[in-house]
Structure formats: C-alpha cells, structure tokens
Design a protein around this ligand. Structure first.
Ligand code: DC
Length: 209
C-alpha cells in the first residue's frame, strides 16, 4: 500500500496537484481540508456554535467522507469557520482517525492538507511540502475569483492569505510545517504542468526503493 502525503499553505496549488497525482497513479484522493469544512458547514447549517469543542467533535465523529464536495464547501465563510474549529484538539482527533482509515485503502492514496506528513501519516511512502510565496498565492486566488465571474480586491485577498497562514502555522495542535523528510516543492515560478512533472519525478524515485 502506498500513501502520498501532500502538505502546504492555502492556495499553493496542492489541490490541483494532488488530484493530478491520484489520477496518474490510480490512487484514491482525500482533500482533508474538506473534512474540516464539512464539519464547519454541518455546525452552521444546524445553527450550532463554532466555539464549543464537545459539540464540534461530536459532529466531526459522525462525518461521512463519501459526500465531500469542494464546490459546495468552497464558500469563504465556510473556510473561515473551518479554520476556527481546526484549532480544537478533539475535532482534530476525530477527523484524523477518519483520515487514517481512508489512507489504508488499496492500492494507494493521496492525502492533502496541513498535517498529513507530520501527524496523520508519519510513515507515508512519499511526503511533499508544496508552497509558493504569499504574493503569488494571493495572485492565483484573485485570478481564480475573477475568472469565475466574481469580484475581488487584491489587497484583501493578500491579507486573507496572510491571516490563514498565521492561523495554520501558529496553532498549538498540529501546526502547518514541513515534515523532516518531506520534499520541498516551491511552485512560485512553476506552471501546474511543471509542478506535476517535478512531483512525479520525486514520487517515481521514491516508489523504486
Ligand atoms: O485547505 P482548506 O482551505 O480547505 O482548509 C480549511 C481549513 O482546515 C484551514 O484553515 C486549515 C484546516 N486544515 C487543517 O487544519 N488540517 C488539514 N489537514 C487540512 C485543513
């Protein structure tokens, strides 16, 4: 069984890269950010508080991983709520357990998130830490919003990226950081194609061992 762990900050291109890798190798893919988002959405939908750890953990324990849909869960408000409940250890324990079960699927899996190589799958076959400068990540997110017909202010998007980074890297439980044996992939100057090809070389080399 092969597990590919992909971590990195928001808007670094992890999602697209992970989907491409899963498709190329015929592995199952889990975007673990969606598990935090779906838990947050379930709380919001039911009018439950976002600051009660026991209630949030209960919702997390009952989450069904099969129906996660990024289109439904991508709203900005859901992302904000997700990053608030992601600091709660009991929520993380519940979701990490579900993520580990997923990681055991045959013939292999790709999991992407913030703590896959460090906490969820410390024994992963290959670990990638995908990053890009905050300016480039904000620019990509801004272009995405505009391309989708929305309106945005670049400075606000940039501030948002910085705030997310601070929250993800600064939390006490499972902060975002590269695992010791992770391969760093800085996509600041890379197209999606170039990033995929760099990732594929790293994975192929690791699978040969
Ligand atoms: O990648 P994303 O924006 O969908 O993630 C939503 C929130 O969930 C984000 O604030 C970070 C958090 N998250 C986490 O703490 N651990 C993960 N493995 C994945 C996401």
């Amino acid at each position: 069984m092969t597990t590919i762990a992909i971590d990195g900050p928001a808007a670094a291109g992890k999602g697209t890269l992970s989907r491409r890798i899963a498709e190329a190798y015929g592995y199952h893919h889990l975007d673990t950010g969606l598990t935090y988002r779906a838990t947050a959405k379930a709380l919001l939908d039911r009018g439950l508080p976002l600051d009660d750890e026991a209630i949030a953990a209960d919702v997390a324990r009952n989450l069904d991983l099969s129906g996660l849909d990024r289109a439904v869960l991508s709203a900005h408000g859901i992302g904000e709520a997700a990053s608030k409940i992601a600091v709660m250890p009991a929520v993380r324990r519940a979701l990490v357990e579900a993520q580990r079960e997923f990681a055991a699927r045959e013939p292999g899996t790709v999991l992407d998130g913030r703590d896959i190589g460090t906490v969820v799958c410390p024994d992963a076959t290959v670990k990638l830490y995908v990053t890009a400068s905050a300016d480039i990540r904000a620019r990509r997110r801004y272009d995405e919003i505009i391309a989708g017909g929305g309106t945005a202010d670049y400075d606000a998007v940039f501030e948002d990226v910085r705030r997310r980074d601070a929250r993800d890297m600064g939390r006490v439980d499972s902060p975002l950081r590269p695992a010791e044996n992770a391969h760093l992939l800085d996509t600041s100057e890379m197209s999606i194609e170039a990033a995929f090809s760099a990732a594929k070389s790293i994975i192929d080399a690791a699978l040969k061992h």
